[in-house]
Design a protein around this ligand. Sequence first.
Ligand code: NDP
Length: 260
Amino acid sequence: MEIKLDGRTAVITGGSKGLGLAMAIRFAASGADVAILARGQEGLDAALPAITATAKGRVIAVACDVSRADDIKRAYDTVMQRLGKIDIVVNNAGQSRTGAFETVTDEVWQEDLDLKLFAAIRLTRLAWPQMRQRKWGRVINVLNIGAKTPRAGSAPTTISRAAGMALTKVLAGEGAPDNVLVNAMLVGVIVSDQIVRRHAARGGNVTLEEQIAEAGKPVPMGRMGTAEEFANLACFLASDQGGYITGTAINVDGGMSPVV
Ligand code: NDP
C-alpha cells in the first residue's frame, strides 16, 4: 500500500529531532508540505536538509517553545502565512519528567502540563476550525505507554499523558462528523536524540550501542524501536488510508505495555 499525503500540510512539534524529525522526513517524502517547530535554531537548521533531501513539497522550520501560548500563536501565524493552511497537526514535543509525588512542586506540575497538555490544546484549537470547515483533518498526539498504566513515581509525566489521552477521545468525538480524525500514539522505548543525550549524561564506559541494547531488554521484542518504525504508523494515520480510525490510543512499544 502506497501512503500518500499529496496536497496536505502538516505541522509537527518537536520536529527537529528524534521521532518528530523521522515523521517530518516521512510526511515530506510522502508528498506533504511540512512545518517543523522546535526551540533551538541550530537543531532546526540541521533538520531542514535531512527533510528536504527526499521532500516532494515545501518544508519550513519555525522556532517555537510550545509550552508558551504566545509562541504557539506566533508559530501558527507564520505557518499560515508561508504554507497557507494546516491539515495535519502532530503534537509531539515533550520530555519525560518524573519524581516521587511529594517532591513534585506546583511549578513542575505546571511546566509539564504546559509542555504536553496545553501545547496540544492550544495548537489544535488554532488549526481545528479550518480542518472542520474543509471536512478533512488529522490530529496525532504523541504520548507514552504510562498514560494507560501510570506507575508509582511517574508523576507528573504519566498524568499529563493520561490527560492527553482523554483530550484525544474528546476531540475525536467532536471532529468525527467533519472527518477530522484524532488519535494518540503511545511510545514505549524508541531510539531518538533523547537516548543519545542520556548516554552522554551517563558517562562511563558503556557505549551507546550497549545502552540501546540494555534499554531494549525489558521489551518483549527484545529491542528498542526505531524512529522510522514510529513514523510509518504516524504517516498511515495522517493519510486517507487511515480514514476510518479515530479516538484510538495505539501502543508503539514492541509489546512492552501490559495493557492493550
Ligand atoms: P527528542 O528529545 O529526541 O526530541 C524532542 C524534540 O522536541 C526536539 O526537536 C526538541 O527540540 C523539541 N522540543 C522539546 N521541548 C520543546 C518545547 N518546549 N517546544 C518546542 N519543541 C520542543 O525526543 P523524542 O523524539 O524521543 O520524543 C518525542 C516525543 O515522544 C516526546 O513527547 C517524548 O516525551 C515522547 N516519548 C519518547 C520516548 C522514547 O523512547 N523516545 C519514550 C516516551 C515518550 P528543542 O530542544 O530544540 O526544542
